[in-house]
Design a protein around this ligand. Sequence first.
Ligand code: SF4
Length: 396
Amino acid sequence: MPVQALYVHVPFCHAKCLYCDFDSRPCRDASAYDAYAENTVARIRRLADAGILGACATAYIGGGTPTVLGDRLVRIVSAIRDAAPHLVELTCEANPESLTGDMARALRQAGATRLSVGVQSFVDEELRALGRLHDARRALDALSCGIGAGLAVSVDLMCGTPGQTHESWRRSLRCAIESGAGHVSVYPLTIEEGTPFWARVERGELAEPDGDLQAELMEEARTTLRAAGLEPYEVASYARAGCACRHNIAYWTGVSYLGIGRSAASMLDRATYDELAGPLRLPAAADTARRVRFVQVHDAFIGSDGCADIYREELDAREAIAEDLMLGMRMTRGIGKDLLARACRVIGEHAVRTAVDEAVSRRLARWDVDTGRLVPTHDGWLLGNELYGLFWDLAR
Ligand code: SF4
């Protein structure tokens, strides 16, 4: 299966949010932006010249904050469009403080189709507590810039943040719905090691997010968004009809994807890995590998020894199919009989049936009588880690 999805990482933000451990750094240096954009465009062209993006259907420029690049981001979008002629979806992540109407129109003209906006909250005090640079007014303006430019727009919201209440959460959900966005992603706040929030929790100045409250807020989001016509299609993602993110679906369905930029992750099936090993100067994979995941370690993809400088993980056949089952259960549509049949062949029918039966008996999953698929239940959605663990355990 050739590369079908491309990810480009932009490692810059105007400032660091207090909870963030993504690979992004504050930067006001225009020459660093120039160099990054130039290198990225050159790399995309090299991939195109090597025929690597010919079957690519989706692209996603994430970060970090891609919109800090200004016009340089438009050039990257154009380069991707030129390099990947069969693209059906091209998403740019954006933050409200660095998105303008002119930029949204330029991105659309260059070939972007979606904008994923890091809003997190529509309550100013909550935004300040998270260290975000925008306020609710700016967030609404950014969303209307995207929609006005003809882009499909997604809103990221975060629950369980400091000071958040049921009432303020409802306000954020209402604003997201009324903004006209066709897609909403809802994430619980997590405290990541090394972040300012982590240090505050360690010093006893900040309480850890309350898991029960987060579950209640996630539940409230599900009910409210569904009532407004945004249906869940993945554990954290809601979309109006036709607005699901194809790129994210690629991540959950075992499709080969290639990431470029420091910290960008790639996943290639064995055949594609072997095909790309020469042009990308990747190390040979072990005979048993059926899927290879790798992450670019430094700014430059190629290290001083002339080989790709990557952190790499190989999955054998059993691990790869267990991963497919686990990721499939993240999605509302669950897993089909064909995938289960393949899993039975690779792992063994008894082990797969035992895992399926346990998921059903614990009411984490059920058989959908209309589609014949195994789908997560409401409990399975709430207790996702238990459900995914059942299937991932089949890897061993
Ligand atoms: S804008 Fe996003 S990537 Fe940048 S610091 Fe904040 S959370 Fe992290």
